[in-house]
Write a protein that binds this ligand. Structure first.
Ligand code: SAH
Length: 264
């Protein structure tokens, strides 16, 4: 399968993902065009940000490969509706968090700061009947959260982080616990592998929501969990993948570096 979708800039990378049929949906394609992967990679890391590989971002973490980001966004796009709540566990570089935000900000009104404060005053943590969208990125290494905030600003999306009720929230926290203050979520994406079924995260999934998570030890399967309107969960296997494990911060910093986020 011709799944390595290399580009030389962001547009040609997205074009290659479309050509190889990894990217299919207009909303996902638009979002990936509006989030420049070059702004979420370490400058001068020796490899191009627009090639289809995971790349090191420090702290023994990597930004996942573009084909993996694309595949995960394709799996959840129909749940990223107007006022959706999204949780991105292991947000690392902040790239995917920004893609989710771009999917919610079709008209760039948040990016331009044209959503006024009084329009968002009703959005409060813990409301399940949310009136406004939010994307929460949770990452357990503080340096990476700082990196992701810088990257979001570099990408011209600093407004996403501003105001009393921002569109994007990037937090230092152990993602194995999810992020209760904004639960339940319509979409939960997990960017590192859970050794077993992520039951704590499933509790924070809204009825009608979808959770995507690599599950297993060593080689993993990308599991997709759907919660129906009565709260019943069904699941299926989307593909085989290799991700770094969801772990404790100390454990991660003691580990030899590894790459994560590609098909096998
Ligand atoms: N999706 C991100 C990062 C993928 S690498 C990107 O593409 O940029 C996996 C990330 O999960 C790393 O940044 C790692 O630090 C983070 N991680 C691992 N265990 C975690 C945990 N328990 N809680 C939060 N983040 C975790």
């Amino acid at each position: 399968m011709a799944w390595r979708s290399h580009g030389t800039d962001n547009d040609s990378l997205v074009n290659a993902l479309v050509r190889n049929r990894v990217l299919k949906t207009r909303k996902v394609i638009d979002a990936m065009r509006r989030v420049d992967r070059g702004n979420y990679c370490v400058p001068f890391s020796g490899q191009s940000a627009y090639e289809d590989h995971p790349l090191p971002i420090g702290s023994n973490a990597t930004i996942s490969a573009p084909h993996m980001h694309a595949a995960c966004l394709e799996l959840v796009h129909d749940r990223v509706t107007e006022n959706a709540r999204v949780l991105d566990v292991g947000s690392g570089s902040g790239y995917l968090t920004s893609c989710f935000a771009a999917m919610l900000d079709h008209h760039d009104s948040y990016a331009a700061g044209s959503i006024r404060a009084e329009e968002v005053e009703d959005r409060r943590p813990g409301l399940s009947d949310t009136k406004y969208p939010i994307v929460v990125g949770v990452e357990h290494i503080k340096d990476l959260v700082d990196f992701s905030i810088e990257n979001t600003k570099k990408d011209g999306k600093g407004k996403y982080l501003q105001g009393p009720e921002p569109l994007v929230v990037l937090k230092v926290a152990d993602g194995r616990e999810g992020y209760p203050p904004y639960a339940p979520y319509d979409v939960i994406h997990v960017g590192a592998a859970s050794p077993e079924k992520p039951t704590k995260l499933l509790k924070q999934l809204a009825n009608g929501g979808r959770l995507v998570c690599p599950v297993g030890r060593g080689w993993q399967s990308l599991r997709v969990y759907d919660k129906d309107d009565k709260g019943r969960v069904t699941e299926f296997d989307a593909m085989g993948v290799t991700y770094v494990p969801l772990t404790g911060a100390k454990e991660q910093m003691g580990r030899a570096s590894a790459s994560s986020g590609s098909f096998w």
